[in-house]
Design a protein around this ligand. Sequence first.
Ligand SMILES: Cc1ncc(COP(=O)(O)O)c(C=O)c1O
Length: 327
Amino acid sequence: MKIDKLDFIFSPTDLYKINICFDKSNNDFYIKRDDLTGLAMGGNKARKLEYFIQDALDQEADYIVTYGSTQSNHCAMTAAAASKLNLPCLLVLAKPDKEPTYTGNFFLYDLFDAEIVYTSTEEVSETIDEEIEKLSNKGYNPYFIYGGGHGNLGTHAYVEAYQEIISQAEDLEVNFDYIFFASGTGTTQAGLIIGKELQGGSEEIIGISIARDKQRGTDVISDSIKDYCNQFNIEISNIERKINFIDSYIGEGYGIANQEVLKTIKLVAKKEGILLDPTYTGKAFSGMLDYIEKNKIKDKNILFIHTGGTSILLDNTEQFKEIEERI
Ligand SMILES: Cc1ncc(COP(=O)(O)O)c(C=O)c1O
């Protein structure tokens, strides 16, 4: 189905085979460069924002409001998209325990002149309601985007991206057996699953959780799929069975990378010149390699979707000094 969107990203994003051998099982690895979507420092959020900002304009909104953490890719990308369309942007941020460093996404918020309101994690939704009310009282027509670009429009962006992947696979004459990526709110994963169902695809879609446990992650993805199907009159059966959300690589939690993740980031940087980040794509890539080994996956075509996050790599860089061995 066709949904109107703005056109401010580079797509199709490149999809190509990576030449370094990541394991001894004769698997071929491919990467889709959704980190190079062209808005700010790129990433999956740019695809979603083409739909959200179009919807905001359709509703004659004149203020964009969203929320996230002090190092949120979604907030930085929303601030960039809003600024590009000449719309002011207000970010409700969960107040961190210590003063944030003026780097990465926190720096980007400022660069795009986003307005920041801090709140505690428990009071996020209350604060959002209050800020929206304040803006409305001042005569604005604010448009709210859920954290991470969650919602049917965000899901739709990855229904479309799935079609893009399949047409690139046809051009390369390859059938992917697996598609791996970092899964947070699960919106990207919901979109890919729906895309696959609509096209009758056969790949196994595997989201590597960066924070949520399996039950919660699966429930949220399932709800996203159901919401989308209800809105667009689509039938997908046995939804839960189609969701493969792996929570074995969360480690100590959101934003905390262990040695394996840091080493993987360094390996991929050195061998391919591709930058992953410690919170999302590094965790997912390193999780993917372990999953392949543990499940004895051999002779397969494996696609990794690089969903962005480059700006986070440039925050908290000291942790890389702790990598024990040389790669
Ligand atoms: C770089 C990156 N990768 C993956 C994700 C997860 O995307 P989703 O929330 O659609 O699961 C995010 C979300 O913040 C992200 O910033």
